[in-house]
Design a protein around this ligand. Structure first.
Ligand code: NAD
Ligand code: DAU
Length: 331
């Protein structure tokens, strides 16, 4: 099987490629990635020599490039996206370009090539916030941020291509991932690396917002299952079942590193900040998936990974990130 993975140099995509290459030694993986600020070939150093793996630098919005890399591809898994909510509030244009238009380019090219399977990697954020209970796949989409609205736009295109053209397409919508190789603008890696450097941890609002955390390889396992066994035209929610508020997560990280709570710095809340995400995952569980990581152990492992792999994040935090951080947090 030959799989085109787009956005494979990012956080989840790189973990997914590693899993596929080790689990299916006869598969071919082509990784098409634009290498935006979030794309990083260091994430795949350990597989770059694998003869079943090929990297192509390119934009999913560029139909010529996409057409070339889709040659003889059996399946497409689209991770490529602008993925950070705060950046979408600062400037939505790139989000609409990549997450909506880029998805269209992939779908249209997949249709022309008669690709056997198209899997769109989406997010629980498309449903919006929920005070009590959990969203099912059939619930209405009510995205709050330009990021989640652009992801919802991509999802709508995917379903339209399935209904109108019969494209064998599926969608996964996962909750918040954490683990190795996550760009340090997101809560887990930002707070872990700041704490390692004794820099304040900017906690939005009163820290009571709730997210459902999933260890990244558990999500990759579920994506693999849906790719091979999911029913086309269907959406599958993938959640870790670990709902925690941000204050609790922050406390756990500090405790793990033996750092003081005085590092927590309450800052202005995110605009339109969704209070709680929660998804019902009975559908993907019925396919045969369940998370294999215990939350506390996975958090411990993740903290240790960033502590042991300063080479990976120190470079990032010294570059483009500094400008972004100054703009975002005024420091
Ligand atoms: P990420 O920001 O770490 O990686 C995104 C990757 O896409 C980068 O390698 C980047 O270079 C690439 N990319 C961006 N624009 C591109 C373009 N136009 N053409 C080609 N490549 C491009 O993101 P992530 O956290 O790994 O998320 C991957 C996917 O999963 C995204 O679609 C995101 O919406 C979704 N998702 C993420 C989470 C999470 O918690 N991180 C949860 C649910 C869903
Ligand atoms: O739910 C899935 C989504 O999870 C994905 O679709 C997105 O790509 C991914 O970025 C993530 O979005 P969130 O906005 O939930 O993740 P983030 O890590 O940015 O923030 C998690 C929570 O922590 C959120 O309530 C905001 C808060 N936060 C975040 C940052 C970066 C802070 O309090 N301070 C911060 O500095």
């Amino acid at each position: 099987m030959k799989i085109l993975v787009t956005g494979g140099a990012g956080f989840i995509g790189s973990n997914f490629i590693r899993l596929i290459l080790s689990r299916y030694p006869d598969y071919e993986v082509v990784n098409l990635d634009k290498l935006t600020y979030a794309g990083n070939l260091d994430n795949l150093k350990d597989v770059e020599q694998n003869r079943h793996y090929r990297f192509v630098q390119g934009d999913i919005c560029d139909m010529d490039v996409v057409d070339k890399v889709m040659d003889k591809v059996d399946a497409v898994v689209n991770f490529a996206a602008e993925s950070h909510v705060d950046r979408s509030i600062g400037g939505p244009a790139d989000f609409i370009q990549t997450d909506v238009f880029g998805t269209y380019v992939l779908l249209e090219t997949a249709r022309q090539h008669g690709v056997g399977r198209y899997l769109q990697i989406s997010t629980d954020e498309v449903y919006g916030s929920i005070r009590a209970g959990s969203f099912k796949e059939t619930d209405m989409l009510e995205p709050s941020s330009p990021y989640s609205a652009s992801k919802a736009g991509g999802d709508m295109q995917v379903m339209a291509y399935h209904t109108t053209f019969g494209l064998p397409a599926l969608i996964t919508r996962s909750s918040n991932n954490f683990g190795p190789y996550q760009y340090p603008e997101k809560l887990f890696p930002l707070f872990i690396t700041n704490a390692l450097e004794d820099i304040p941890l900017p906690l939005y609002g009163d820290g009571s917002n709730v997210r459902d955390w999933i260890y990244v390889t558990d999500n990759c396992d579920a994506i693999d299952l849906v790719l091979h066994k999911g029913e086309v035209g269907q959406v599958y929610n993938i959640g870790g079942g670990n709902e925690r508020d941000n204050h609790t997560i922050t406390g756990m990280i500090l405790k793990e590193l033996g750092k003081p709570e005085s590092l927590i710095q309450p800052v202005a809340d995110r605009l339109g900040h969704d209070f709680r995400y929660s998804i019902d995952c009975s559908k993907v569980r019925a396919l045969g998936w369940q998370p294999s990581h215990n939350f506390e152990d996975a958090l411990q492992e993740t903290v240790k990974w960033y502590a042991d792999n300063r080479w990976w994040w120190e470079k990032i935090k010294g570059g483009e990130f500094l400008e972004y951080y100054k703009q975002q947090y005024g420091k």
